[in-house]
Design a protein around this ligand. Structure first.
Ligand SMILES: [Zn+2]
Length: 362
């Protein structure tokens, strides 16, 4: 409480309380995100209008499905990497699968945060300011486009939600196998809630990652930021190499519906995954120099430490090196295109976990 609040006169206090109650009951009945305002039992379409700053304006499409009955608010977000197409397409199709008349609670869906990345086919970053739209939370209303956009996403999408589901996939340069992340904070109830969602979502491989939400570097992503606010967060990935394959899109839609079912927001039969394959975050292999990359192993292959998983040549076809697995484990993704440059990620190999270790603060 701010010290000045002690001096508010009783009569004024009554007015303030009445005003606050009116606002709360109005919020209870309708949900507004950006220009989308949905009364109970209604689906509304709109956008977050990110104002122009030192660079252009940006409009982020958003849907609000406000259930006829009150309940949790779940936000589904994709396209912070605007060329991870399967996840974006999945969320454009999720809306029609949710009936606001029978929904308990509310669902916010933002399928494409990084519009410039999508339009210009720029991987990983927002080409407008070269910043990561999954690495710049909580944003800044006075910053560049990415920062202004994320400030609005934080305020309009993350804060009203109790559960955040962030969908990704292999980008155009990543040949990726599907998996979810179980991101733990060391807070028992929060970690159990995330674990329940991972099981409900149903992807059979799960990357275990422990973060410290008091470390600013760990809460720059959407999931880290949401977890730092005490919310439940789930990250799931399916899709690869610029493809929109039905099995990937369907897995992400099914997982999203399972999440809503597990929270008793929709009636939808699903079986939680009893025994996912847990893997560690793994080790990335990075290119030491420019040249041409050829994958010699497939995504999802189990490899031994030191096993050759790729080969590089110069621009005249002369072999310049063998790419080896840095650890034994599962290839979660491998570079799907020949382009490489010093520091480019060539593959990620994650060790299989036979038991789930206790949370360890990184
Ligand atoms: Zn991504």
């Amino acid at each position: 409480m701010r010290s000045s609040e002690r001096f508010v006169r009783p009569a004024l206090l009554c007015v303030l309380i009445a005003l606050q109650a009116a606002t709360l009951s109005a919020q209870d009945a309708t949900l507004t995100v950006g220009t989308a305002t949905a009364a109970r039992g209604v689906t509304a379409y709109g956008e977050l209008n990110v104002p122009a700053g030192g660079d252009p304006t940006l409009n982020i499409a958003v849907t609000v499905v406000n259930g006829a009955q009150p309940g949790p608010v779940v936000a589904f977000v994709a396209g912070s990497h605007g060329t991870e197409y399967a996840s974006i397409v999945a969320l454009t199709r999720l809306t029609s699968r949710i009936d606001p008349q029978t929904l308990r609670g509310a669902v916010i869906i933002a399928p494409l945060l990084n519009v410039a990345s999508f339009e210009q086919m720029t991987v990983h970053l927002n080409p407008v300011d070269r910043k990561s739209m999954n690495g710049s939370y909580p944003g800044n209303p006075a910053g560049t486009q990415t920062e202004r956009a994320l400030a609005l996403v934080a305020d309009q999408i993350v804060k009203p939600a109790t559960v955040i589901v962030d969908l990704h996939g292999g980008d155009m340069d990543e040949d990726l196998r599907p998996y979810s992340y179980w991101i733990r904070t060391g807070h028992e109830l929060q970690d159990q809630a995330s674990r329940d969602l991972v099981g409900a979502f149903g992807l059979d491989h799960v990357i275990l990652r422990d973060i410290d939400v008091t470390n600013p570097a760990s809460i720059r992503s959407l999931s880290g930021y949401a977890l730092s606010l005490g919310k439940t967060a789930l990250v799931a990935e399916a899709g690869r190499s610029g493809l929109v394959l039905p099995e990937d899109v369907d897995a992400l839609i099914a997982g999203s519906l399972n999440v809503l079912a597990s929270l008793k927001m929709i009636a939808h039969a699903f079986t939680p995954l009893a025994k996912p394959v847990f893997v560690g975050s793994g080790a990335r292999v990075q290119a030491e120099a420019g040249g041409i990359f050829f994958a010699k192993a497939k995504r999802s292959a189990l490899v031994k430490e030191g096993e050759v998983i790729g080969e590089t040549t110069d621009y005249l076809g002369r072999v310049t090196g063998q790419v080896m697995a840095p650890v034994a484990g599962l290839i979660t993704f491998i570079r799907g295109v020949p382009s490489m440059w010093p520091g480019a990620t060539l593959a990620n190999v994650a060790p299989l976990l036979t038991t789930v270790p206790a949370y360890k603060k990184p």
